[in-house]
Design a protein around this ligand. Structure first.
Ligand code: PMP
Length: 421
């Protein structure tokens, strides 16, 4: 991909200085702690990334010196908090290369962003309209559309995947029709790591007049994302997966679409005028930000996005691709271990099963060695079902993950398997 998360097998390109992973790791206080007497090996970044000092300190400083409610007060602190909050919006705009800052809506996370679009934009759907999803979607990008389908009479169509976990583009092409009104796609699968060819898929959707929403929960952390280049209409991601705080996330929407969309929730801040005769609504983004927002979260997210951008998002992608390739090589050599998701374009995730070993038992023994991995369906049951599985073990990578940690993972798996078999 020219602008998007880069996976295994992608040449990092000449001239990219390698990242100093030890210097990066030193910025994450939690990585200095031990678990069960062993150094922590945190391989659960896809569930939530750890936080660098810069983010922790920014939130602390905000509460110690800068907090007041935003947008309402004339006093010094209110103006300061408002400027921090709005600066975070501009940082998110730059991070996504979004054309306008007012196209950035603060939400609680990816789930809320998708619910917002399904509830608000979705009001225009009619019986027989189609919503196209892929087999790889997280439940957060399935259930809001199912709720909308129940309300509107719209129909959900599902794009199949190949055995390596890549999208079946031919099948996608043949199920797209002018009835398709929304194509909602994960950018990087949290369960398998597959990177979807969003630019191409969005162009195909546009040909039939469908809108495209991208679930970027796993993508923004692994490499550059440019919504202008992707050609989508909505892009959603969560702060906590990109080294920022929990409880804050971003919905980017094309200005002209947000403009036409009715409010999602009512409350303070989202109105122009209120009377018992009826109320009028503020322009986006305020229209979609009812109530006091998570100001400290937005401040922390802005710092996290700048922190990641300062590392160089191409360098981050190249560095992670190297570590992922190393992990893929190591795990492939373990007898009885099957990697689930081996698409050529992958980012950040090693999902696997081991013959005769229950994922939960394996994860428990790994935890005793200080290794944090996740097991289960990863909130992607249809993807698991496609591979005839109820779950996998998933080791997911962050910018702080080293090849040496994956060496310890591979040894840990072999040790655990010897005990469990
Ligand atoms: N989509 C994907 C691909 C995810 O990995 C996740 C989180 N696991 C979500 C959506 C939901 O994100 P959140 O829980 O932060 O709303």
């Amino acid at each position: 991909m020219s602008a998007g998360p880069r996976g295994e097998g992608v040449d990092p390109g000449p001239g990219l200085e390698p990242l100093d992973l030890e210097a990066i790791r030193a910025q994450f206080p939690i990585l200095q702690r031990s678990i069960e007497g062993e150094p922590l090996i945190y391989l659960d970044t896809a569930a939530s990334a750890q936080k660098p000092d810069a983010v922790i300190e920014a939130i602390r400083t905000y509460y110690r010196r800068e907090h007041a409610n935003v947008h309402r007060g004339v006093h010094h602190l209110s103006a300061l908090a408002t400027s921090r909050y709005e600066e975070a919006r501009r940082i998110a705009q730059r991070f996504l290369n979004a054309p306008q800052a007012h196209e950035i809506v603060f939400v609680r996370g990816t789930s809320e962003a998708i619910n917002l679009v399904a509830s608000s934009w979705g009001q225009r759907l009619e019986p027989g309209d189609e919503i196209v999803l892929s087999t790889l979607e997280h439940h957060s990008n399935i259930v809001p559309w199912q709720l909308l389908a129940q309300r509107s009479g719209a129909v959900i169509r599902v794009i199949p995947v190949h055995d390596d976990g890549s999208i079946d583009l031919e099948a996608y092409g043949s199920l797209l029709s002018p009835r398709a009104k929304m194509v909602a796609l994960v950018h990087v699968s949290n369960a398998l790591g597959t990177v979807l060819p969003i630019r191409r898929m969005a162009a195909m959707a546009r040909e039939v007049g469908a809108r495209v929403l991208v679930d970027g929960a796993q993508a923004t952390v692994h490499g550059p994302v440019d919504v202008a280049e992707l050609g989508c209409d909505f892009y959603a991601f969560s702060g906590h997966k990109v080294y920022g705080p929990t409880g804050i996330g971003i919905l980017w929407g094309r200005g002209e679409l947000l403009e036409q969309m009715p409010p999602y929730q009512g409350g303070g801040e989202m109105i122009a005028h209120v009377s018992f005769g009826g109320s009028t609504y503020a322009a986006p983004p305020a229209r979609f930000e009812a109530g006091t927002p998570h100001i400290a979260g937005a401040v922390g997210l802005g710092v996290a996005l700048d922190w990641l951008a300062d590392l160089g998002r191409d360098r981050v992608a190249a560095s992670e691709a190297r570590v992922l390739a190393h992990g893929t090589r190591l795990l492939s050599q373990i007898s009885g271990l099957r990697l689930v998701g081996t698409a050529a374009d992958k980012a950040g995730v090693l999902s696997f099963v081991v013959d005769g070993v229950h994922p939960q038992d394996l994860a428990t023994l790994l935890d005793e060695q200080g290794i944090a991995v996740r097991t289960g369906h990863h909130c992607a049951e249809p993807a698991m079902e496609r591979f005839g599985l109820t779950g996998t073990v998933r080791a997911s990578l962050g910018v702080y993950t080293t090849e040496a940690e994956l060496d310890v993972l591979a040894e840990g798996i072999e040790r655990a398997v010897r005990i469990l078999r």
